[in-house]
Ligand binder design. Structure first.
Ligand code: PLP
Length: 400
């Protein structure tokens, strides 16, 4: 295959799932978070592999993501974590998705929508109540408990399957903040019980909290990061061994010998220091290459590093330039990463058009249009190639 592609090893994802299951407290289950196209790996393929491995529950952010999983044969529980709108509810109920509620006004409306759907028996929609405990995003606030209970008791079509919250600083290991959030969660949950709301399940842990607080596992833990082979932060690697399912590759599509002093790329910020070879790979920032989420310094040392890096760049010295791997050797990107083409300086080493280059491509920002090649049980499974657009709804499967 020419160009750029990503190889995803589904066996590695399953091994990570099994590592998680080993650490689960008895009675707790793993809810696989496959939002954002399973952090870039491919939600359908990852969910299928995990379901075969025994995973019974999945979570996504948007309703559309949940529908796609159902359409592609996922039978387990699917929880939509983000807010949903009234127009979407009938489809969610038909597909038996479980919804998150975090707003009082939606309760009565959801009950009406559900009651209006044609059904012989009492149709119920399964919901999870999201409690706001310190994330400052979505969720009910404690003072709303009474109104929440009154609204729910008047809504026979709504079944409260779960109650949950989400930690803001679990990966930073800020125990004090997480302990505070957990305490507020327990207070809120018991207040709801006093008010005769009895959710079947409680769940609070993401990957970091799952590893740090086994006593908080409750009925489900919601795991994304660990399944895709990342540790939530430094210091977690002693707790379990993860496999990396992800390799992004590109191929040399242009190769040329150049003299010392050749300028490369936009703004001519790069100049060769000796006679060398420049190779072009068909990948760039439109594919997610070199793109990182907005970075907030964690302390003064971090801040200083950023300042120094930017200061040196002003004078043409680049620290921490992207590197790629060619035949087991690390080589630098030369100049700025382009939109869809990037130049690498390969030196005088023997290489040719078509040679494969391994590139560091951040999973969650990797363009979904880059083809994914899936491997499982030691063989290539299928390719996922997007026809157009960016949602997996437009996916074309070619099973080999
Ligand atoms: C993304 C997400 C998770 C998973 O978090 P990881 O740290 O990636 O395991 C769990 N819960 C909610 C609500 C999320 O949005």
């Amino acid at each position: 295959m020419a160009g750029t592609w990503i190889e995803v090893d589904l066996d590695a994802v399953v091994r990570n799932y099994e590592e998680v299951v080993k650490l689960l407290r008895s009675g707790a289950r793993c809810m696989a978070v496959v939002k954002a196209d399973a952090y870039g790996l491919g939600a359908i393929e990852v969910a299928r592999a995990l379901e075969r491995a025994g995973c019974e529950a999945f979570a996504v952010t948007r309703l559309e993501e949940g529908l796609i999983l159902r359409e592609h044969g996922i039978r387990g529980m699917i929880l939509v974590l983000g807010p949903t709108s009234q127009e979407e509810w009938p489809r969610a109920i038909s597909a038996q998705l479980q919804l998150t509620l975090s707003e009082l006004s939606s309760i009565e409306e959801l009950n009406v929508v559900c009651s209006e759907m044609e059904q012989e028996t009492l149709q119920q929609v399964q919901v999870h109540l999201k409690l706001e405990t310190g994330m400052g995003r979505t969720g009910f606030q404690l003072p709303e408990a009474e109104a929440l209970s009154i609204a729910l008791l008047k809504a026979p079509h709504i079944h409260v399957a779960g109650v949950y919250t989400h930690f803001a600083r679990a990966a930073q290991r800020d125990r004090q903040y997480s302990l505070g959030q957990y305490e507020r969660f327990l207070i809120f949950a018991s207040r709801l019980e006093e008010l005769r709301i009895y959710p079947t399940w409680k769940h609070v842990c993401n990957s970091a909290a799952f590893l740090d607080y086994p006593e908080w596992h409750h009925d489900f833990v919601r795991i994304g990061t660990l399944l895709i082979g990342h540790y939530p932060g430094p210091g977690f690697s002693s707790k379990l061994t993860l496999s990396d399912p992800w390799v992004a590759k590109s191929q040399i599509v242009h190769l040329r010998k150049v003299p010392k002093g050749t300028y490369v790329g936009y703004q001519s910020i790069y100049r060769t220091k000796a006679a060398t070879q420049l190779a072009v790979i068909p990948v760039g920032y439109a594919d997610g290459f070199g793109v990182t989420p907005h970075f907030v310094p964690q302390g003064w040392l971090d801040f200083l590093k950023i300042v120094i890096k930017n200061f040196l760049a002003l004078f043409g010295f680049f620290l921490g330039q992207e590197q790629v791997e060619l035949k087991g050797r690390r080589v630098h990107v030369a100049g700025k990463i382009g939109m869809q083409l990037t130049v690498i300086e390969v030196g005088m080493q023997d290489c040719a058009l078509g040679d494969e280059v391994q590139i560091p491509l951040r999973r969650t920002v990797a363009n979904p249009r880059i083809p994914r090649r899936y491997r499982q049980g030691g063989q290539m499974l299928s390719d996922r190639v997007m026809k157009e657009g960016v949602l997996p709804a437009h996916t074309e499967y070619s099973l080999q």
